[in-house]
Design a protein around this ligand. Structure first.
Ligand SMILES: NC(=O)c1ccc[n+]([C@@H]2O[C@H](COP(=O)([O-])OP(=O)(O)OC[C@H]3O[C@@H](n4cnc5c(N)ncnc54)[C@H](OP(=O)(O)O)[C@@H]3O)[C@@H](O)[C@H]2O)c1
Length: 316
């Protein structure tokens, strides 16, 4: 049997990377095997990946030498940064730069960079429709990812740029699930008006990434956008009502109200949703549902995701 090609996966114990490790290891007849990168190979999550057959290797994205060691001998790598662990776009850019340098150093043949738009291309800092944040960003947790695209390109790393979408899992883990309003009724709140929000089951991101690695050369140098569905707030609320068997409404608020909610990252997310609202046609257009499904035939719809996950969504 030919030797399997190793894919080094960052964030392997997390949402995106975890989905990729599981997709690779569950395809026993496939050409690839996963090297799961984690800061601590002794955690239960890391051991679970080892149990699937993945090689588990220690690496820290803040430590270039550890990335170089972790990428050595691999065919490819899945690169993702962890904004919500530190809230620093500068650190994201530095981490992505280290990943690109390590990929070049190791001579990787195919890298997937999990990126998002640098919204400043659409909304320059001089555009006052939304506030400038942290001095030089409109949407800090998107802009630095988009800025890092140029680093992979400049270094000549054979990269597929993967534009991800809002995880529906945010309804479980990110406090975005239905909440009771003053009228006692459950509602989800977004500053999206009647515009569509591309969303995806987080697990499907890794499965799509696996589809990209399987296509090989074809998608190198390309930007690939993925989503499970593009849904309005009203459509998501209707799906919630059906899945939960109780009325859930959509509470559409202006972006400035969302920005004022006060939780960590509220301004950043308020700007992000406003960007997705104001540039709906571009943003949805860049995330092709049919192509995502061709990469990952088991791509879930929101209704399917809710059927599997509704009991995990905290309800007040
Ligand atoms: N939530 C959304 O809707 C959404 C949508 C699109 C994109 N994103 C982006 O997704 C990114 C996060 O990806 P995710 O959701 O897959 O992450 P995640 O589930 O939060 O998991 C991140 C994993 O990364 C690892 N990690 C954290 N710091 C690390 C470091 N210094 N070195 C090496 N590994 C480290 C941790 O593993 P160990 O503890 O095992 O080291 C952790 O399990 C963010 O940048 C976010 O902006 C989020």
């Amino acid at each position: 049997m030919a030797q399997k090609k190793i894919i080094a996966v960052l964030g392997a114990t997390g949402a995106q990377g975890g989905g990729l490790v599981r997709a690779i290891m569950n395809d026993r007849a496939g050409d690839f095997t996963a090297r799961a990168l984690t800061r601590d190979p002794h955690t239960d999550k890391a051991k679970e990946l080892a149990r699937l057959g993945a090689e588990v290797v220690a690496a820290d994205v803040d430590d270039l030498a550890s990335l170089q060691r972790a990428f050595n001998g691999a065919h490819g790598a899945f690169c993702v940064t962890f904004f919500w662990a530190h809230f620093s776009p500068e650190r994201e850019l530095a981490n992505a730069t280290a990943m690109a340098e390590a990929a070049k150093h190791a001579g990787l043949r195919h890298v997937i960079w999990s990126t998002l738009e640098d919204t400043r291309r659409w909304v320059p800092l001089s555009d006052n429709r939304m506030p400038t944040l942290m001095g030089k960003y409109k949407v800090p947790h998107l802009d630095a990812k988009g800025e890092a695209d140029g680093v992979f390109t400049r270094l000549g790393v054979p990269t597929t740029f993967l534009l991800t979408s809002f995880y529906w899992d945010n309804f479980i883990y990110f406090g975005m699930g239905p909440k009771k309003g003053p009228d006692g009724k459950l509602a989800i709140t977004f500053p999206m008006g009647d515009k569509k929000l591309p969303g995806i089951a987080a697990e499907d991101i890794g499965r799509c990434a696996y589809g990209i690695f399987k296509k090989g050369q074809e998608l190198i140098g390309k930007t690939v956008g993925i989503a499970g569905e593009h849904l309005t707030g009203t459509q998501m609320a209707a799906a919630f009502s059906k899945a939960l068997g109780k009325e859930v409404n959509y509470n559409s608020v202006p972006p400035e109200v969302y920005r004022s909610f006060g939780f960590p990252g509220a301004e950043d997310l308020g700007n992000m949703f406003q960007f997705k609202r104001d540039f709906e046609e571009y943003f949805c257009g860049a995330r092709n549902l049919g192509f995502a499904r061709s990469l990952n035939p088991s791509l879930q719809t929101f209704e399917q995701w809710l059927a599997q996950n509704k009991d995990r969504i905290p309800l007040e």
